[in-house]
Design a protein around this ligand. Sequence first.
Ligand code: FES
Ligand code: FES
Length: 207
Amino acid sequence: MSDTDEHDHSADEHSRRSVLKAGAVGAVAVAASGGITTVAAGAGTALPSPASTADVTLRVNGVERHVTVESRVTLLDALRERVGLTGTKKGCDRGECGACTVLIDGQRVKSCMTLAVMEDGREITTIEGLARGDELHPVQEAFIRRDAFQCGFCTSGQIMSAVACIREGHAGSDTEVREWMSGNLCRCGCYPNIVDAVRDAAKGQVK
Ligand code: FES
Ligand code: FES
């Protein structure tokens, strides 16, 4: 290696260190100016931010449930762990499988993708809220009649989604049902029976 090469190498190292250092200082400055993260001056150690909690009223299946939750708690976790309604299932926990589908003000929502604090005061319907006493909802009956579940893990989400799908007027054909139920996955591959069940229930004009 020539002297020139060595000089160039050391100059490169120097400038790289300078860039990294400048970047680190900038990152701390940005965090501080945003007031998001606390960084101990000189120590370079991020301290955990204090957990913020909120009092929330969840109107679930017609009953008001008052819970105190951290602002980061999903509606799914609040329903299962705070309210004690475990019929809504946690599959992927990232919006991909639909197992956690509930109705909010009549619209289907993946409850793992919304925060409990965002649903304060809104009407939430879970699978536990469909039956009227001993009388099953027509979609529940249709799922049983058509044997539209095996392990059943996806089933509550499928049923909630089907109720909304029919109400939306999106159950006019098998193709339409498949398209509008495509956000709900079933590992057991019960799709043909699920489609049959949704079509049966749709013919009965589910309310
Ligand atoms: S658990 Fe919510 S979409 Fe899978
Ligand atoms: S019945 Fe098992 S995942 Fe759908």
